[in-house]
Design a protein around this ligand. Structure first.
Ligand code: AMP
Length: 298
């Protein structure tokens, strides 16, 4: 595995792969890697001749007062982990390499970015879309891998890829969890041992909402109040949002009829935890193909 820090070199390396007819998988990350990131990388290594992983804590997606400086970093450990997974290139640029003096052009996130996490993190998805678009142009991947732990991010990027005719398939990957259900996240390192023990309550609350729908309930408001009720049982949690939206356009759902994302975010100590469930009352295999799964057309 090689580590590349310069955009110009990364472009040359990835374009050389393409000239040789090799397929390229890209996994964008902010580092401090865990098995959740590892699952995306493993899939890319399986499905492509070459895999590039970017580790870049993207300043453009952090708002004022957010945890840009405190965000956990361990590039040496990340490099060792990625090497063990068979990655070909680790792209590790400095912020000044991605945003040189005079940088002024951004990709405006679609309106899907105004809701859920976008409501409490204004500008966040604009920063995400901008950096992912840059990474797509730099690495020219055939496929790019994203986790459904950040489901809103995936649906926004899928929209961007469709709207801007990008020649890359976006591959959604399932959320990897600890045995007690907590979704793996680099930010879990902010939790104290007591908070870490309490953290799976968010998953339990989401499963309660999913259970209601699985049992035939279709009132999205009821599903979300069940969720809120469970989280309210522990005063250390401060709910940011709990909402049911259509996966297609993230518009609010009243009565659950199609594929629905129930997403929640809550603060617990220094950490802001997010998680979700995706419920489909008419799943593929029962007649209807799942819309959009597998990402943008090439
Ligand atoms: P991050 O480093 O947090 O920006 O995440 C980089 C990528 O890894 C994103 O596509 C995330 O959705 C994905 N990811 C993060 N945590 C998990 C997890 N627990 N399971 C699956 N994918 C994840």
């Amino acid at each position: 595995m090689e580590t590349v820090t310069a955009v110009r070199e990364m472009k040359a390396r990835c374009r050389a792969w393409r000239r040789q007819g090799l397929s390229v998988g890209l996994v964008p990350t902010m580092g401090f890697l865990h098995r959740g990131h590892g699952s995306l990388v493993e899939r890319s290594v399986l499905e492509n001749s070459r895999t590039a992983v970017s580790v870049f804590v993207n300043p453009a997606q952090f708002g004022p007062g957010e945890d840009l400086e405190a965000y956990p970093r361990d590039p040496a450990r990340d490099a060792e982990y990625l090497r063990s997974l068979g990655v070909n290139i680790l792209f590790l640029p400095e912020p000044s390499e991605m945003y040189p003096p005079g940088f002024a052009t951004f990709v405006e996130a679609p309106s899907l970015g105004l809701r859920l996490c976008g409501a409490s993190r204004p500008g966040h998805f604009r920063g995400v879309c901008t950096v992912v678009m840059k990474l797509f142009h730099i690495a020219v991947p055939d496929r790019a891998y994203f986790g459904l732990k950040d489901a809103q991010q995936f649906f926004i990027l899928r929209r961007m890829a469709r709207d801007l005719d990008l020649d890359v398939s976006l591959v959604p990957c399932p959320t990897v969890r600890e045995v007690d259900g907590l979704a793996l996240s680099s930010r879990n390192s902010y939790l104290t041992p007591e908070e870490r023990a309490a953290a799976p309550l968010l998953r339990r609350a989401l499963l309660e909402a999913e259970g209601y729908l699985a049992a035939g309930g279709r009132d999205a408001g009821e599903a979300c109040s069940l969720l809120r009720g469970i989280l309210a049982s522990d005063p250390r949690f401060s709910l940011d949002y709990a909402e049911a939206v259509r996966t297609e356009d993230l518009s609010p759902v009243g009565t659950v009829g199609g594929e629905t994302l129930i997403a929640a975010a809550a603060r617990l100590g220094r950490a802001r935890l997010i998680d979700n469930v995706i419920f489909d009352p008419d799943p593929p295999g029962r007649g209807r193909p799942r819309r959009g799964e597998g990402g943008a057309p090439r």
